[in-house]
Design a protein around this ligand. Sequence first.
Ligand code: C2O
Length: 567
Amino acid sequence: MANSGIWLLTWLISFLCCALHVMGAGRAGNGSTRFFDFKVQTLRVTKLCNTKEIVTINKRFPGPVIYAQEGDRIIVNLTNETPYNATIHWHGVRQRRSCWFDGPAYITQCPIQSGQTFRYEFTLAKQKGTLFWHAHVSWLRATVYGAIVVYPKTGVPYPFKRPDEEHIIILGEYWLKDIVQLEREVMESGGIPPPADAFTINGHPGPNYNCSANDVFEIQVVPTKTYLLRLINAALNMENFFAIANHKLTIVETDGEYTKPFVTERVMLGPGQTMNVLVTADQPIGRYSMAMGPYMSAKHVRFQNISAIAYFQYLGAVPHTETLPAKLPSFNDNLAVMTVMDGLRSLNPVKVPKTMDVNLFVTIGVNVNKCASNNCTGLKNGTMAASMNNISFVNPSLSLLEAYYHKIDGYFTEDFPGAPLKFYDFVNGAPNNIPNDTQAMNGTRAKVLKYGSRVQLILQDTGTVTTENHPIHLHGYSFYVVGYGTGNYNPQTAKFNLVDPPYMNTIGVPVGGWAAVRFVADNPGVWFIHCHFDIHQSWGLGTVLIVKNGKGKRERLQRPPANMPRC
Ligand code: C2O
């Protein structure tokens, strides 16, 4: 397909438009301003033999791509034409001093209500690569997502052989049921959500699913050419393997940062992770499948086990030719995940903070609480929950950023504990050392950090209900993933890489294990940190880090825009 032609054209057009827009406002090459019109609209789609309405941006699924260049200013005018509340989060955009435009509902803004408009405005300062945007209210992210592609500055090449073409590949999960209704039912019942009805690649389930023989994404490739695939996992509640039949993938970027080239047969992406891989069409002419399958590390959970398939189709292949199947690891192949993780290294040596001002130790995991009504459908007839340091995060009824900025009392407390209240065998035990004690507390408790603090955060998976790989995402920052391992974190034996660790914004904490990340808290604001499984986020697996203003003029959060939505 002429995909690359289209992006080039789109890019040229938007570049020209913006060049005109900003005439007189800043020099060329010094960051252009790019305008986007996002209308939240419903769209009727037919998938898996069913027709239903989904929520989209501009009636596109996946949504429009934001093409930009490092240093650009992005302005997105968002109008909500649906009956639902809406917000958009620019996942991976660091929002330096512009926390107001980060997007998570009740954290940095109130939802944009039906009929309302909000203007997002931020700069892609010192960052490039593949990121994405998605809804950050209820479970609308299931269909409201799209790519952000940030090219290097003019004249700055990629640090690898220039690919002949580029393609965006977004992994997703699709439900036949109305997603907001599904969310309501699951949350009311206290139970576990049903698996998705399909996995999708760029919105298409592919031939393994009912009525989907023609609902397939395809890229056409020319023998010997090299392709850059921008992989994005936008799935709601699943981590996924991705592979192409008979072709090797070379990872060159993860979460928008270059990595040492790492050759692998398959990759694993948790929701919230992005990865750029190079693939060369070096196989006999034919049709090869690109496959997305499940990685499920939790026990006793039902999940979708049918792979989504797209085609990697050589020019000149006979039509209706047989597709060579891709080999995906089995759903519980933890080793395959570790191997990819071990391969992720920053391209160049990096400046990892060596001494720490703040050491946080945070347990992450699933809980079961006592049933408040009489008919909860969670495990042991309880209500499912999830927590950090055994506290389930409760959304406030006002934006926390507003409450913090305007010093409005009563919406949160500043006492999120920097360590678990009790230390125990996290992987094999229960919080109070009482077998079967799976309860969590509730709270809206923030951790306050001084501007510029060097922070180390150890994330420790717990086995209170079941151990599981959790994709933990931090807003407003990327962090160095300096270490990880299985079992309980032990400072005596933990091995750290302080030379070339990957710089990421979402880390899949190993199942029954831990991960250590470091960052310098130099971006003031209220930043959500949470599990990127929407179900775990709804159950409370998250908290907020409040980073205070520094002294300098460029160390303060900017003023709120005049048009903040009201709760
Ligand atoms: Cu991509 Cu808070 O999320």
